[in-house]
Ligand binder design. Structure first.
Ligand SMILES: NC(=O)c1ccc[n+]([C@@H]2O[C@H](COP(=O)([O-])OP(=O)(O)OC[C@H]3O[C@@H](n4cnc5c(N)ncnc54)[C@H](OP(=O)(O)O)[C@@H]3O)[C@@H](O)[C@H]2O)c1
Length: 210
């Protein structure tokens, strides 16, 4: 199982990748140049387990490169606004004007919580995802990285799994609501014709969810 720190490194690598563009490609290799814009990276669910791991990584001294000085990182908690609410989500995007979003905020729970509140898991997470991805799309955020989870994959599947297999059959009934809300992130991204990227947390099964 990857540690939260490894997962955080994966997220940051995706973002750094977006900060460079290829200016030539040939026999002598590939030349890249840095995109000079200032980046504002908004982390929804920034007070949670994964969000705090990303924050620790960003604050590590060895991550303080010349480039990172051009980044502003915002770690949100639910105290900054309820992402189930359209107006509050819109206000967050207007206030911070993010160029990048790492979307972690979610109603997360363990097996018995999921089984007892499947409808709430569906509705709350659908609202959060719809609002965050819609305002990212509307405000032309350059890249959004969203978290899936291995527990949302088809109950009957073959291993290894990857994100192309996410819609290939129903999830386990114990977490129907959570799973279908997560799966809709992929649909929202596709329909938004965006360049958003989905990252699946590779380590987790429903056992590791809290
Ligand atoms: N941890 C895992 O093992 C695991 C495995 C697979 C997938 N994931 C996915 O990874 C992501 C992060 O998980 P995590 O373990 O870091 O979760 P977590 O510790 O439970 O944190 C959840 C975060 O979401 C925020 N949040 C919840 N409802 C909100 C709302 N209505 N409005 C605004 N913010 C809200 C919480 O804010 P407050 O702190 O203010 O409540 C918190 O920052 C989630 O999308 C989860 O589904 C996690």
């Amino acid at each position: 199982m990857s540690s939260p720190k490894d997962l955080a490194a994966e997220f940051v690598a995706w973002l750094v990748g977006d900060s460079w563009r290829m200016i030539s490609f040939g026999g002598s290799g590939v030349a890249l140049e840095m995109i000079e814009d200032k980046s504002v990276i908004l982390v929804t669910g920034g007070s949670g387990l994964v969000g705090q791991a990303i924050k620790a990584l960003v604050e590590e001294k060895e991550c303080q490169t010349e480039y990172s000085k051009k980044e502003t990182w915002i770690f949100l908690s639910s105290k900054d606004g309820d992402l189930r609410n359209k107006l509050q989500t819109e206000a967050i995007f207007e206030k911070h004007k993010p160029t990048h979003v790492i979307h972690l905020a979610a109603m997360v729970g363990g097996l018995f919580h999921n089984m007892a509140h499947n409808l709430d898991f569906l509705r709350e997470n659908m609202s959060i995802n719809d609002n965050v991805l819609y305002y990212s799309y509307k405000t032309k955020v350059r890249k959004v990285v969203s978290c899936l989870s291995t527990c949302i994959f088809p109950d009957k599947t073959t291993y290894p799994i990857d994100e192309t297999m996410v819609h290939n059959g129903p999830p386990h009934p114990s977490n129907y609501g959570y799973s279908y809300a997560k799966r809709m992130i992929d649909i929202l991204n596709r329909l938004g014709e965006s360049h958003q990227i989905i990252v699946r947390l590779r380590d987790s099964t429903s056992r590791t969810l809290r």
